[in-house]
Design a binder for this molecule. Structure first.
Ligand code: MG
Length: 260
């Protein structure tokens, strides 16, 4: 079922968006070569506790999960791109890191992800990250009243195709509200003019993610972490966006913090 939010409810969602934005900025700043993924999770937990927020991940136990997630942030490294379960690993020079963070503040959820490199980057990793950011920008630009879900999907796919990337449509964007995952599903590829019409008050997480040379994923033995089937690296950019009469509002925008 698709739920639409009133303008007042969208205002109520702003603190969650702002908290996720500030947390990702802080965590990105503190994540360096040598940082352990478990330390990132502990730090995220501390930020959540201090803000009186609630993790959407820790008890998350969908049908495909072997057990509840048990951590408060997803840390996907190199060929891992989605749902990375934090584990005992110290980041190495040149690692490509994706942090994906979803929390509820005052009962409203915000969800956002960012990819970056610690230490010395490879040019192709920076290009992949830039492509996911550009695809997210295109998705946000298409998130306007009068468009349809397919217009967002097509905008994401056009950016990826121009870079010769292939696209996985199993995992994509989703409605966000009182819970982390709602309707509609917003695939990262689709046909313009098709799908659910975008109405004022629809709040969605838009999340282009791409791998260098495949669109196929395999699941780690941990039951959560999704890696590329061919070992190539992945990147992911995600924002929670409210569609309004006055255009899209990026609730998890970090640009006011001076960070990407
Ligand atoms: Mg997310």
């Amino acid at each position: 079922m698709i739920e639409l939010r009133t303008p007042a409810e969208i205002e109520q969602m702003r603190p969650a968006g702002r908290f996720v934005a500030e947390s990702l900025a802080t965590l990105r700043e503190e994540t360096k070569v040598g940082t352990n993924l478990l330390a990132i999770d502990r730090r995220a937990h501390e930020l959540i506790r201090r803000a009186g927020a609630e993790s959407c991940y820790i008890d998350y136990h969908p049908s495909f999960g072997a057990s509840p997630f048990g951590k408060v942030i997803c840390t996907s490294i190199n060929d891992a791109v989605l749902h990375g379960l934090p584990h005992d690993y110290a980041l190495r020079d040149g690692d490509l890191v994706t942090l994906d963070f979803a929390v509820a503040v005052d009962g409203w959820v915000a969800d956002s992800a960012v990819s970056f490199v610690v230490g010395t980057p490879r040019d192709e990793d920076l290009a992949l990250i830039e492509t996911t950011q550009r695809a997210l920008d295109a998705a946000i630009a298409a998130a306007t009243v009068g468009n349809r879900v397919g217009d967002i999907s097509a905008a994401i796919a056009a950016v990826a195709r121009a870079e010769g990337l292939s696209i996985n449509t199993d995992f994509g964007g989703h409605g966000v509200g009182r819970t982390m995952h709602g309707d509609p599903h917003v695939p990262n590829d689709g046909r313009p003019g098709r799908g659910y019409p975008l109405k004022p008050g629809l709040v969605v997480a838009l999340e282009p993610w791409f791998l260098h040379t495949t669109d196929e994923l395999v699941t780690d033995p941990d039951g959560w972490t999704l890696r590329s089937a061919d070992g190539s690296r992945g990147a992911h950019s995600e924002h929670t966006v409210a569609i309004t009469e006055d255009g899209p509002i990026v609730l998890t925008d970090r640009s006011f913090l001076g960070v990407a």
